[in-house]
Design a protein. Structure first.
Length: 190
């Protein structure tokens, strides 16, 4: 079974592409959702997060995502420390998940797959790109201010940095025929 790493900057449209593959029956591991789930359910991880960021990380047992984001996106060192707590658990969950799959390939979706130095775990790296103006409008539609959106974009690798690792580059500009490319690649891999 091939393992595909799907990555791209925030607002590039990774989820759109992964959902298209999921509709064709391809198992997709959403690393962001798994990370959130682990941060809510894993008691040891919760305590490590509180030790790192403070008790404000949780309120009445609820993960305070916006508060955490405000702390880590303005502090690269803190962001790296949080990643060092969460990411190993995400990759453990991925390994267990892969063992349950029986398809020719699976997709691991992660915005920061390459920043974490995990490219070698995958048979192929797919990078999703979109024009900056489109990324900003997508993030603002999610309720982020332009300043917050730019802060998050600038906290990640650039398209040029990701492209160095790419086996496939997806141009998700709302003009390119993404669905045709999804069908073609799925046919090749199955």
């Amino acid at each position: 079974m091939k393992k595909i790493g799907l990555t791209g900057g925030i607002g590039s449209g990774k989820s759109y592409i992964s959902k298209a593959f999921a509709q064709l029956g391809v198992p997709v591991f959403d690393s962001d959702e798994v990370a959130k789930s682990l941060m809510i359910q894993d008691r040891l991880l919760q305590q490590e997060i509180v030790n790192l960021l403070g008790k404000e990380s949780y309120s009445d047992g609820e993960l305070q995502r916006d508060w955490i984001a405000s702390k880590i996106f303005s502090n690269p060192e803190l962001r790296a420390q949080l990643a060092s707590l969460v990411h190993p658990r995400v990759y453990e969950a991925f390994d267990l998940w892969v063992k349950e799959q029986s398809t020719p390939y699976v997709i691991f979706e992660s915005a920061i797959l390459l920043e974490g130095g995990k490219a070698s775990l995958f048979d192929s790296i797919w990078v999703v790109e979109a024009p900056m103006s489109l990324r900003l409008s997508r993030l603002q539609a999610r309720g982020l201010s332009k300043e917050t959106a730019m802060q998050r974009i600038n906290s990640q690798w650039t398209d040029e940095q990701r492209r160095k690792y790419a086996d496939v580059v997806w141009n998700n500009d709302e003009v390119s025929d993404i669905m045709l490319k999804v069908y073609d690649i799925n046919s090749e891999l199955t």
